[in-house]
Design a protein around this ligand. Structure first.
Ligand SMILES: [Zn+2]
Length: 204
């Protein structure tokens, strides 16, 4: 993976689900997934605040925990990145109407089980939902919150509207009226595709 220093803005969060926002933390403009934006624990925490996985105060605590035990923080980051890539494989398969690999589903299931074991049922509007508050292993808080998001996505009614960008590997829930959204961002990949078409038309 090629590390990339990156400042997140609201324009980066186009997926419609936290777990898909995590899948979109690679920075390349193709399907290679070889540009890594989550390069270290601190960067992960910055992303988690920008993505609303963590509150600012929670990120501050986790930063302290990482300073106190850097090797455990590094392990937690690696676990998150592994989960991201396995989840991406599943989502990418579903977006293409292919069956996910069972081994990948087993891995995601194991992480979700760990998350649910650390979660509490908390009243959310009309019903209850699994919520990760302060847990025994706080370094796992980002991973477990994203895992619960994956659980909701996999159980939810929006699964048929999962899409993968036609140019890069970013994934999203297509909530457009026509369900015909093709790009992660029209002003990024959509624009690049238009420029490429124009170039090919000129040179042929
Ligand atoms: Zn894209």
């Amino acid at each position: 993976m090629i590390p990339q220093r990156y400042e997140w803005t609201t324009d980066d969060f186009v997926a419609g689900a936290l777990c898909l926002e995590l899948a979109n933390t690679v920075g390349d403009h193709s399907k290679t997934r070889d540009v890594e934006r989550l390069t270290d624990w601190d960067t992960l925490l910055k992303w988690a605040v920008a993505a609303k996985v963590l509150r600012v105060a929670e990120a501050r605590e986790l930063r302290k925990a990482g300073d106190h035990d850097p090797s455990s923080a590094q392990q937690a980051l690696q676990a998150l990145l592994k989960f991201r890539e396995v989840l991406f494989k599943i989502v990418s398969a579903l977006a293409a109407d292919r069956a996910p690999v069972q081994d990948d589903l087993d891995k995601v299931e194991a992480t979700i089980l760990g998350a649910v074991r650390s979660a509490h049922l908390v009243r959310q509007g009309e019903g209850f939902d699994w919520t990760i508050g302060s847990i025994d292993a706080p370094l796992k808080m980002p991973l477990f919150r994203v895992a619960l998001s994956a659980l909701r996505l996999l159980q939810g009614k929006e699964l048929p509207y999962l899409r993968e960008c036609q140019r890069c590997s970013w994934v999203f829930v297509d909530r457009s009226k026509s369900h015909g959204r093709r790009w992660c961002r029209a002003d990024a990949c959509g624009n690049r595709a238009r420029v490429a078409r124009h170039y090919h038309a000129k040179s042929s």
